[in-house]
Design a protein around this ligand. Structure first.
Ligand code: XMP
Length: 314
């Protein structure tokens, strides 16, 4: 397996050469593997002149913040400031149902947070950070409301912000070489920048939709991993539907939530086929969900390919 120590010396030199000896860099980390690998390489090159920041926007998956922070700190020894901006994001998203509007709001909040972080750093250091590097996901949400199906998951570009210098592009280009290395390491399913906001249909702040979605998603993904089929699937996730249906659980009639399961195979996200699970797998997973996630009494499976559907529901 590829290890962080394997970043070639040559690449480290390239990164060092691109930066002035006093330059400080802010790295906006996403949970994505490639952004993590790139940050680790920059860290090896410039040490504590690198300031990583990870934003919890309240739209992450089950225990995701804890899991990624642990990986950053324990496995990669990356110094990362974690900003809990849950209230800030959810406050802005309250009542918003239009998918593109959700994306715009999320992108704008990320920018506001990075700018504030840069300003704080400037005050502490008495010097403006020279660069802001953004992980894939932030970049995707910030740059975009991309047209549906634009295959946005693995690109790297850099955007300059008001409070930071804008000369970053070449660093990440150089890192592209490194990013080609970690084969197996990169096999994680893509996760959209706007996170669970595009998987809770409608207003994400309604009731405990996000919470339910996190639990269902975790059961689904864990079952997929246990079945040994994770690597055969491009993406698998649950979607929270803004409807209720009647059910019967125990001897009680319920009027509860409906979730959809979606899994697809794809080469690049531009087109996709729905994944054909075995009957027993689906049966087990649906039982597990209804038995352990309070508030869910019906599970449906999305068996539409792309086109005519998109991979995400919003
Ligand atoms: P669709 O739903 O358009 O998705 O078929 C294609 C791929 O893009 C991901 N996706 C996004 N990624 N920001 C992202 O970073 C977004 O707003 C976004 N919307 C969709 C989707 O998960 C799939 O991999």
């Amino acid at each position: 397996r590829w290890k962080m120590e394997d970043v070639p010396d040559e690449e480290i030199k390239v990164i060092r050469g691109m930066l002035g000896p006093e330059d400080h860099v802010i790295y906006a980390l996403s949970e994505g593997v490639d952004s993590t690998v790139a940050a680790t390489a920059v860290h090896q090159a410039i040490g504590d002149r690198l300031h990583c920041v990870f934003v919890d926007n309240g739209l992450l998956r089950y225990k995701e913040r804890e899991r990624v922070m642990e990986t950053f700190e324990r496995e990669l020894h990356l110094p990362v400031t974690c900003i809990d901006a849950t209230q800030q994001f959810l406050g802005k998203l309250k009542g918003v149902v239009d998918p593109e509007m959700k994306r715009k709001i999320i992108g704008k909040e990320f920018i506001a947070i990075f700018d504030a972080f840069a300003q704080d750093l400037e005050q502490t250091m008495g010097k403006r950070p020279a660069y802001l590097v953004q992980g894939t996901l932030y970049l995707d949400v910030i740059e975009s409301c991309p047209p549906s199906g634009s295959g946005r998951t693995h690109s790297h570009t850099i955007k300059s912000h008001h409070n930071v210098g804008g000369k970053v592009v070449s660093i990440v280009r150089a890192l592209g070489k490194i990013l080609d290395i970690p084969g197996a390491f990169l096999k994680r399913h893509p996760f959209p920048g706007p996170g669970l906001a595009v998987r809770v249909l409608g207003d994400v702040t309604e009731g405990n939709a996000l919470d339910i979605l996190r639990q269902v998603g975790e059961i689904f993904i864990q079952s997929i991993k246990d079945a040994g089929i994770y690597d055969s699937i491009w993406q698998a996730f649950a979607v929270f539907l803004p409807i209720r249906s009647v059910g019967v659980q125990g001897d009680q009639r319920t009027h509860s939530h409906v979730v959809a399961l979606r899994a697809v195979t794809s080469q690049d996200g531009m087109t996709a086929d729905w994944y054909n699970f075995e009957h027993k797998f689906l049966d087990d997973v649906v039982r597990k969900i209804c038995n352990s996630v309070r508030g869910v009494n019906r599970v449906v499976q999305d068996i539409t390919s792309k086109p005519p559907s998109t991979i995400e529901w919003e």
